[in-house]
Design a protein around this ligand. Structure first.
Ligand code: E4P
Length: 218
């Protein structure tokens, strides 16, 4: 399973990259605003910085909701850097734009997906990635992982090439369960990745090894 980090924070991205396990980055307008990145020039410059920090795909989201606007914005984003994947919302114009970009060989990530039907539409429009938001489904007391499982089943039935990018991952258990289910990618905050390192038996075992080494070696 590929690990993407879901942030526009450059130091978090650099830390995940330094760990050697990062495959890409996802961003959204809220994450860009959280970093204080505003105005189209600054936003484009920030995407470029992210692309220079990592080797994998970087999802950059359009903010237009009309078809022409999405095409214009998506083309500008795709031209910015070869690692950019155009992120489009799951609305009718987003599906149309996804088909347009996939016909042109421009990679896409269809976002804000909350049902199998939406995931089916994204795949049929040729999306590179589909992003079911499992954390947000959990937030409203539904089962986000169940949706990922159902999308996996439907995509496997027809050998769709669209990759399932489990998004809105909030914690390490989400990451592990996504891997068990067969999600192609997961995207979450830095803590969902670094949290995988933690086990008290690793810490106590290492402390004992070092203590015993010191006893014998001074
Ligand atoms: C996906 O690409 C989104 O950026 C994201 O995962 C949303 O996560 P949230 O529900 O934690 O905001």
């Amino acid at each position: 399973m590929k690990f993407f980090i879901d942030t526009a924070n450059l130091s978090d991205i650099a830390e995940a990259q330094a760990l050697g396990v990062l495959d890409g980055v996802t961003t959204n307008p809220s994450l860009m605003a959280k970093e204080g990145v505003t105005g189209s020039d600054a936003i484009l410059a920030h995407y470029k910085k992210i692309c220079e920090l990592v080797e994998g795909d970087v999802s950059a989201e359009v903010i237009s909701t009309d078809y022409e606007g999405m095409i214009k914005e998506g083309e500008a984003l795709a031209a910015l850097h070869p690692q950019i994947v155009v992120k489009l919302p799951m609305i009718a114009n987003g599906v149309k734009a996804c088909k347009y970009f996939s016909d042109k060989g421009i990679r896409t990530n269809v976002t804000l997906v909350f049902s199998v039907g939406q995931a089916l539409l994204a795949a049929k429009a040729g999306a590179t990635y589909v992003s079911p938001f499992l954390g947000r489904l959990d937030d409203i007391s539904t089962d986000g992982l169940h949706l990922v499982k159902e999308i996996r089943h439907v995509y496997d039935n027809y050998n769709f090439e669209t990759q399932i990018l489990s998004a809105s991952v909030r914690n390490t258990m989400h990451v592990i369960n996504c891997a068990k289910i067969g999600s192609d990618v997961m995207t979450g905050p830095l803590s969902s990745i670094t949290g995988l390192l933690k086990h008290p038996l690793t810490d106590s075992g290492l402390a004992k090894f070092l203590e015993d080494y010191k006893k014998g070696n001074g």
